[in-house]
Design a protein around this ligand. Structure first.
Ligand code: PRP
Length: 180
């Protein structure tokens, strides 16, 4: 894969760092949602690893569903537009929806998804994101459960990509590229 040759990765959060934070988040989410009807939504593709690890540690049994949205168009900058490629299938009326994300950057994806799902009359909609990059925010949103704050660095791994690659890494790394 020639593309990898012009990039360097430096470790930001190890597998162990990530798992410790997920344990804490799972305990808090379990406390807050125990006894409620919950739909846990994995927003693909980036959230797949965090979603899987988080699910396994919850003390309650939510319904699980998947959405696919896309905001970045193969670059390290957000395009500012959000597209729903796959919508939920699970009815959410009267249920508590928790959206699981790998990262909140501009906030446009979450704002869009929240508004979209809100049309179906859920009891509540909140978000759990492994990473929160508040310096890039373009809309006023609350990240209800967050793992780590990060600076304005482009990160890959643990579900997150650069042009489709690096999602499989079990850790989060900062990607730097010639010219960036
Ligand atoms: C990433 C990430 C969030 C979104 C956050 O998804 O998974 O969904 O960007 O950015 P925002 O706060 O600026 O909207 P992306 O659109 O890159 O798709 P992916 O999950 O398939 O990588």
């Amino acid at each position: 894969m020639d593309k990898e040759k012009s990039q360097t990765l430096s470790l930001l959060y190890s597998e162990r760092d990530i798992q410790i934070v997920i344990e804490v988040l799972a305990k808090q989410i379990s406390l807050d949602y125990e006894g409620k009807e919950v739909v846990l939504v994995c927003n693909l593709k980036g959230a797949f690893m965090f979603f899987s690890d988080l699910c396994k540690r919850l003390s309650f049994n939510p319904e699980i569903d998947f959405m696919i949205t896309s905001s970045y168009q193969g670059t390290t900058e957000s395009s500012g537009e959000v597209e729903i490629i796959k919508d939920l299938h699970t009815p959410i009326k009267g249920k508590h929806v928790l959206i699981v994300e790998d990262i909140v950057d501009t906030g446009l994806t979450y704002a869009f998804v929240k508004k979209h799902l809100g049309l179906h009359d859920p009891a509540s909609i909140k978000i759990a994101s492994l990473l929160d990059k508040p310096s890039q925010r373009l809309v006023d949103i609350t990240v209800d459960y967050k793992g780590f704050f990060i600076n304005n660095q482009f990160v890959v791994g643990y579900g997150m990509d650069y042009e489709g690659y690096y999602r499989n890494l079990p850790y989060v790394a900062i990607l730097s590229e010639k010219g960036i």
